[in-house]
Design a protein around this ligand. Structure first.
Ligand SMILES: CC(=O)SCCNC(=O)CCNC(=O)[C@H](O)C(C)(C)COP(=O)(O)OP(=O)(O)OC[C@H]1O[C@@H](n2cnc3c(N)ncnc32)[C@H](O)[C@@H]1OP(=O)(O)O
Length: 407
């Protein structure tokens, strides 16, 4: 990195300059309601700034949130708003920011892992982030699919209202569900405002966001958020339903919400960008091909404290394995670790025993949430399985990790 540039923590006063930088690097000006929502969740002391004679030349932010991992909920630094000015690109600013940010997180000792969404898949592996959760984007021909499950008897009740008016029910259901869904983050009041903010110029020509809550006999059991983009063609109505969230505490609720979303009149397409790789919708319709699913990367995981992260999750099967890890940025992670545990808990300690497996911290991050198989990574030559003691089964989980929101 250039000599004249120094890294420093952000302050509240930096926020306008950070927004300006983000507008430049993401080619979209941050204004009005969206800017206010961003300000609400901004943690000045956790923003790291590359300062060039008073100008914000680059920055990387971190949010303090929890993440559900297999069998547990852990504090995780949620990394976002990363950018370097076009005038300063490819001079090592991002490298310096990423290194310092990881060192700071490790030194604080509170968060064993960091997570992010990547704008481009080539950027983050070099900093130890592995692609840990994928997503399915659906573009559904809703008139061409039928739900195979019959409506339940008695049916629950659906209530539609403004998202803000239903927030207490929505947030309650979300909290109940998210601790069992690997890859989901906690949401306090600020984050709910962030998620539900709905500026008119951010709707892409669609309606405001709608919400529906599903009530079972004991209270709310799920909700859906969506908007609709009107459209007409020579064949008649051609509107598109844009679903943002479907959260259900039980299968009946899930089916009822999708029955609602797929059946809205005057629509011919339903889009949903945050489907899990094992989204039950795939098994709920008679013509799954008409769901138009495409695969993409979602959450990237970086193990900041390897033993704490590995001991902090649970394992699908009993495991007793020695992992040899390489971490050029955080050398405290480098070395051999004995991981023992299973469905009820785990321990991870340094060992001198021979390794069963060697992996970079990037590949361990990819496998951490149970969505990327260590055996598959070995197939690509990235992980080396040295003995017959392969922990791939133990690292898996009963549901694929997923990511419900871009933070
Ligand atoms: C979590 C998030 O916020 S994701 C959003 C990330 N931000 C963006 O995509 C906004 C637009 N892009 C940018 O602002 C910048 O190009 C950044 C932040 C991606 C990179 O910043 P730079 O300071 O140019 O990166 P830096 O000089 O440290 O590059 C480090 C290495 O990464 C590589 N690299 C950097 N950006 C990219 C990229 N977009 N694609 C591929 N490789 C990249 C560089 O080539 C370099 O490799 P080398 O060491 O082998 O030469």
């Amino acid at each position: 990195m250039d000599d004249g540039i120094r890294l420093r923590p952000g302050t509240q006063e930096d926020f306008p300059a950070i927004c300006d930088l983000l507008g430049v690097v993401f080619h979209e000006e941050l204004t009005g309601e969206a800017k206010a929502a961003e300000h609400d969740v901004f943690e000045p002391g956790r923003a790291l700034i590359a300062d060039d004679a008073g100008q914000v030349a680059g920055q990387a932010a971190a949010y303090s949130r929890e993440l559900t991992v297999p069998g547990a909920v852990l504090p995780a630094a949620h990394i976002s708003l990363v950018g370097v000015r076009p005038t300063h690109r490819r001079r090592g600013l991002l490298t310096a920011l990423m290194r310092r940010q990881l060192q700071d997180i490790a030194a604080a000792g509170r968060e064993p892992l960091a997570v992010l969404w990547a704008s481009e898949t080539a950027i983050y592996p070099r900093f130890g982030y592995g692609a840990a959760a994928s997503r399915l984007r659906f573009s559904i021909m809703n008139r061409e699919v039928r739900l195979t499950a019959p409506p339940p008897e008695p049916a629950g009740r659906l209530r539609m209202d403004e998202p803000a008016a239903l927030l207490s029910e929505i947030s309650k259901v979300y909290d109940q569900v998210r601790t069992g869904r690997v890859g989901w983050s906690d949401r306090d009041d600020r984050w709910w405002r962030f998620v539900l903010t709905d500026p008119k110029d951010g709707r892409g020509g669609a309606t405001r966001r709608y919400a529906a809550v599903h009530d079972g006999p004991g209270g709310p059991t799920g909700y859906a958020l969506w908007r609709v983009k009107d459209g007409w063609s020579s064949h008649g109505p051609d509107a598109v339903v844009e679903v943002t969230e479907v959260v259900a505490a039980d299968p009946e609720t899930y089916q009822a919400l999708w029955r609602l979303l797929l059946g809205i009149d005057l629509t011919r397409t339903v889009k949903f960008s945050f489907g899990a790789v094992d989204e039950p919708l795939l098994y709920l319709v008679d013509e799954p091909r008409r769901l138009g699913a495409t695969l993409g990367d979602a959450l990237w995981v970086r193990l900041v404290d390897v033993p704490a992260a590995l001991a902090g999750r649970r394992y699908r099967a009993p495991v007793d394995v020695v992992l040899e890890v390489e971490d050029p940025i955080l050398p405290a992670n480098t070395g051999r670790w004995r991981l023992t545990g299973g469905p009820d808990g785990a321990a991870c300690v340094r060992t001198g025993d021979p390794a069963d497996l060697t992996a970079t911290v990037t590949d361990l991050g990819a496998a951490y949430l149970g969505g990327t198989s260590l055996t598959a990574l070995a197939g690509a030559g990235r992980v080396r399985l040295l003995t017959g003691n392969d922990p791939s089964l133990a690292f898996g989980w009963h549901r694929a990790p997923s990511a419900i929101e871009v933070f």
